[in-house]
Structure formats: structure tokens, C-alpha cells
Design a protein around this ligand. Structure first.
Ligand code: PEP
Length: 251
């Protein structure tokens, strides 16, 4: 049974006081952490205060990015060692905005994924590519080439500790309603890609999120799909009422 995961990506919004205030407002109203996992990715400077404010509420703290190197002459970068010290639970890697605006490519994301796994921080690997057709064992499958590139070097043991997010570029920040059928097809294709390249047992256990224009009106329909284990939410997660409606989508 895969535990649903609702993750918020706050991008470059909210200062420390606003982030902490948000956590204090939602804390007592989160779903049972045994049933639904909830996480927020604030700006880096708010990670520590957010973790302190979250306390034992079960709220997971997510970093939006990290460097592949643990330390050294990398001015302006964010180290995984430092993130681990802060108690960061997850790190988002390869988000479409990192690729689109900051030129991150598959090789860079792949190095970051391996570094995060070695540091013991679970990566949420964002894949935004559209599906391509490929012959696998004599059958035509839809696959994501990008996904396997960023997973290079990730072992059978390590892949169990990875979360994958399918965020098609046409849907992120687009303001249009998520196309639920395409969202499900994308997540199913990722699961099949994992089964083909690792094992069916792992593919059955790994959590795959959908991201792109998720909001309080469409979350229930998305979460009802068997291959969608959670969602990554941008804009709609910034408002307390919307956030609470979405994390409590089961009610
Ligand atoms: C995102 O940035 O990961 C995202 C899904 O954004 P939005 O929900 O705003 O489309």
C-alpha cells in the first residue's frame, strides 16, 4: 500500500515569518500522518524555522534544490550536508523551472540524485518530459528517456527510497486545469519504466506524484487514480484555506 503524499512547492514565495505563520495555522488541521504524508518546500532560508515550527506534527520539510557537491568552492549553492543537519526530509531535484531557467540538464540532475541518496535525503525527482515510443522486449512501450538518464547509477536498493514526480511542462504554472487522463497515463508510464528497468515489486512500491495546476477542485479526481500516489502543488498551495482543503482531500 503506497501512502499518499501531498507536497507543496512554494517556489520563491513567503519569507521566514510568513512561512512559520503558515505552519502554525495548519499544524492542528493536518491529516493523520499514518494515512497521508504532507510536505512543504519553502525557500531555503526558511527551512530551519519551518522544521522547528513543524515540531512533531508530522509535516515533512522539503528543500527545493541542492548541489551535487557536499562542500567546496561553489558560491551560492546549497549543500546536502547542511540540509541533512537541518533535518530536511526530502529534496526536489530537476524541477522544470531549474531546467528551464537555470540550465540544469540530465547529467547535473543525475549527479544530484546520487549525492542526495548517499547523504540519506530522499530525492523527489521531477520529470517533465513527454512520453516517447520505444520497443521493450518486442513490445512497443511509452517511456521517459529523461527519467532513466537521471536515475543512472541508482541501485536496486536505492530506488526504493526515491519519489518521482511527473510534471509535464504544459501543465506547470499554466493556469489550466490538469488533464486527469494524461496525468494518470504519465504516472502509469513512469511505473512501467521502473518495472522494465528495475523490478515489478519496486515499481509497485515506488510513489509517483503528479504536478501541474493541481487545485482544490481537481485534487480528488487526481488522487482517485490508482497510479497517482500524490501531488506536487505550486500556486494553489500558498493559501492556507486551499492548502488545508487539498491535504484533507479524503474528507
Ligand atoms: C510546481 O511548480 O511544481 C507546480 C506544480 O506548479 P503549479 O501547481 O503552480 O502548476
Amino acid at each position: 500500500m503506497r501512502k499518499p503524499f501531498i507536497a507543496a512547492n512554494w517556489k520563491m514565495h513567503k519569507n521566514v515569518a510568513e512561512s512559520v505563520d503558515f505552519v502554525n495555522q495548519i499544524k492542528g488541521q493536518l491529516p493523520d500522518p499514518a494515512k497521508v504524508e504532507v510536505g512543504i518546500a519553502p525557500q531555503a532560508f526558511a527551512l530551519y524555522s519551518m522544521a522547528q515550527a513543524a515540531g512533531k506534527s508530522g509535516l515533512k520539510i522539503i528543500a527545493q534544490n541542492a548541489a551535487a557537491e557536499y562542500n567546496g568552492p561553489f558560491t551560492g549553492e546549497l549543500s546536502l550536508r547542511g540540509l541533512r543537519d537541518l533535518g530536511t526530509d526530502y529534496v526536489m531535484l530537476g524541477h522544470i523551472e531549474r531546467r528551464r531557467l537555470f540550465g540544469e540538464d540530465n547529467e547535473t540532475v543525475n549527479r544530484k540524485v546520487n549525492a542526495a541518496l548517499q547523504m540519506g535525503i530522499t530525492p523527489i525527482i521531477c520529470t517533465d518530459e513527454t512520453m516517447v515510443q520505444k520497443e521493450v522486449n518486442g513490445e512497443i512501450h511509452y517511456v521517459f528517456q529523461q527519467l532513466m538518464s537521471v536515475l543512472r547509477g541508482v541501485s536496486l536498493d536505492q530506488i526504493r527510497n526515491v519519489v518521482i514526480s511527473y510534471e509535464p511542462s504544459w501543465a506547470v504554472g499554466a493556469g489550466q486545469h490538469a488533464n486527469v487522463a494524461l496525468a494518470e497515463e504519465g504516472c502509469r508510464t513512469i511505473r512501467r519504466t521502473i518495472a522494465d528497468n528495475y523490478t515489478y515489486e519496486i515499481a509497485d512500491k515506488i510513489r509517483i506524484l503528479y504536478g501541474g495546476s493541481v487545485n482544490p477542485d481537481n485534487i480528488k479526481e487526481l488522487m482517485a487514480k490508482s497510479d497517482i500516489d500524490g501531488v506536487l502543488i505550486g500556486r494553489a498551495s500558498l493559501d492556507v484555506d486551499n492548502f488545508l482543503k487539498m491535504v484533507n482531500y479524503m474528507e
